[in-house]
Design a binder for this molecule. Structure first.
Ligand SMILES: NC(=O)c1ccc[n+]([C@@H]2O[C@H](COP(=O)([O-])OP(=O)(O)OC[C@H]3O[C@@H](n4cnc5c(N)ncnc54)[C@H](O)[C@@H]3O)[C@@H](O)[C@H]2O)c1
Length: 292
C-alpha cells in the first residue's frame, strides 16, 4: 500500500527507491518487554571508572538494572565496594576493582581480572575524574601533572587496554564523561578544561579510526552537577552556596544537575539503539550550554 500525507509525512513524494508498507511503518520498536528502555544491554559487560563516585555509581546502578555485569573501578576501594553492595542488594551483578586509572599496569591488571570473571568487556565508561579550583597563573606544575594524569592520561590507559579487545572482536561501545568545561571553558579550572577538551578531540579521532571496526565512541558532558567533586570545586560553607546559587540562576532549567540525570543517556549510547552514532558530544546541563 502506498502511503500518503495522512500518515503525517509525505513518503510518496520522496525520491526513495520504494514506498513503505503500512506493516513496516507501524512495526513496534520494542517487541518484547515494554519496561526495557533501550535495546541490547541485557547480559552485556561494562567497566565504569570512578564507579564509586556520585555520577559513576548512578551509571553502574542503571547498567545493573538493565542486566549488565558491571566492573566498578575506583581508586577508593570502600566506595567501589559500596556500589557493588547496592547492586547486589538490587539483584544485579557487579565486581569492584581498586585501581588508579593513571597507573597503566594497575588498569591492565584490573581489566584482566574483570574479564576473567565476566568475559570480554563490551562497554567502557571513562567516568573517573578529579579537579581542584585554581586560577591558572597561581597554579603549579605539580597540580597540572595530577590533573592531566587523572583526566587525560587515565582515559588513554583505559582505551589502550580495553578498546584493543573491542576492535579485535569488532564489538564495543565507549562513553567518555568529559565536561561542559571542555566545550566552553571555565574560570578556575583551565587545566581540567584542557584535559576534558582533549578527551573530546581524542574521542572523535578514535571514533574515526574505529568506525569500521565495530567500536562506537561518544562523549557525555555533564554541566554543574551536585556531587562531592562539585562541592570540592565550589568550596565549603557560604562561598560554596553562593557559587551553587549563581549557577542555578544561570541554568535555564533553574537547578544543578543530579547524578541520576546522566545514566539514561549513557545507557542509550551503550545500547543497540545507538549503533549508528559515533564521535558525538552531548551535554547534560539543563540547557546551560547549547551547541549546534
Ligand atoms: N560534578 C560535576 O559538576 C561535573 C561536571 C562536569 C563533569 N564532571 C565529570 O563527571 C565525572 C564524575 O564526577 P563526579 O562529580 O561524580 O565526581 P565524584 O568525585 O563523586 O566521583 C569521582 C570518582 O572518581 C574516582 N577517582 C578519582 N580519581 C581517580 C583515579 N585516578 N583512579 C580511579 N578512580 C578515581 C573517585 O574516587 C570518585 O569515586 C568526572 O569525570 C567529572 O570530571 C562532573
Amino acid at each position: 500500500m502506498a502511503l500518503t500525507k495522512s500518515h503525517g509525512y509525505d513518503l510518496v513524494s520522496q525520491k526513495s527507491p520504494r514506498s513503505w508498507t503500512a506493516a513496516e511503518l507501524h512495526k513496534p520498536l520494542f517487541l518484547t518487554n515494554p519496561d526495557v528502555s533501550v535495546r541490547g544491554l541485557n547480559r552485556m559487560t561494562a567497566i565504569v571508572t570512578g564507579g564509586g563516585g556520585a555520577i559513576g555509581r548512578a551509571i553502574c546502578r542503571r547498567f545493573a538494572d538493565e542486566g549488565v555485569v558491571v566492573g566498578v573501578f575506583d581508586m577508593n576501594g570502600t566506595s567501589a565496594a559500596e556500589t557493588v553492595e547496592l547492586i547486589h542488594r538490587g539483584g544485579g551483578q557487579a565486581h569492584s576493582f581498586v585501581a588508579d586509572i593513571a597507573d597503566y599496569e594497575a588498569v591492565k591488571q584490573g581489566a584482566a581480572a574483570f574479564e576473567r570473571v565476566a568475559g570480554p568487556t563490551e562497554i567502557l565508561v571513562n567516568n573517573a575524574g578529579w579537579d581542584r579550583f585554581a586560577n591558572f597563573l597561581d597554579s603549579d606544575v605539580e597540580l597540572w601533572d595530577r590533573l592531566i594524569a587523572v583526566n587525560f592520561r587515565g582515559p588513554l590507559n583505559l582505551h589502550h587496554i580495553v578498546v584493543r579487545g573491542m576492535a579485535e572482536r569488532r564489538r564495543g561501545k565507549v562513553i567518555n564523561i568529559a565536561s561542559d568545561a571542555g566545550r566552553v571553558g571555565s574560570s578556575g579550572e583551565a587545566v581540567y578544561a584542557g584535559c576534558k577538551g582533549g578527551l573530546i578531540a581524542f574521542t572523535k579521532s578514535l571514533a574515526r579510526e574505529l568506525a569500521s571496526r565495530g567500536v562506537n565512541l561518544n562523549v557525555v558532558c555533564p554541566g554543574p552537577t551536585d556531587t562531592p567533586l562539585f562541592r570540592d570545586f565550589a568550596g565549603e560553607g557560604e562561598a560554596g552556596q553562593k557559587v551553587a546559587a549563581a549557577l542555578e540562576r544561570a541554568i535555564p532549567m533553574k537547578r544543578l544537575g543530579r547524578p541520576e540525570d546522566l545514566p539514561g543517556l549513557v545507557a542509550f549510547l551503550s545500547s543497540e539503539d545507538a549503533s549508528f552514532i559515533t564521535g558525538q558530544v552531548i551535554s547534560v546541563s539543563g540547557g546551560l550550554t547549547m551547541h549546534g
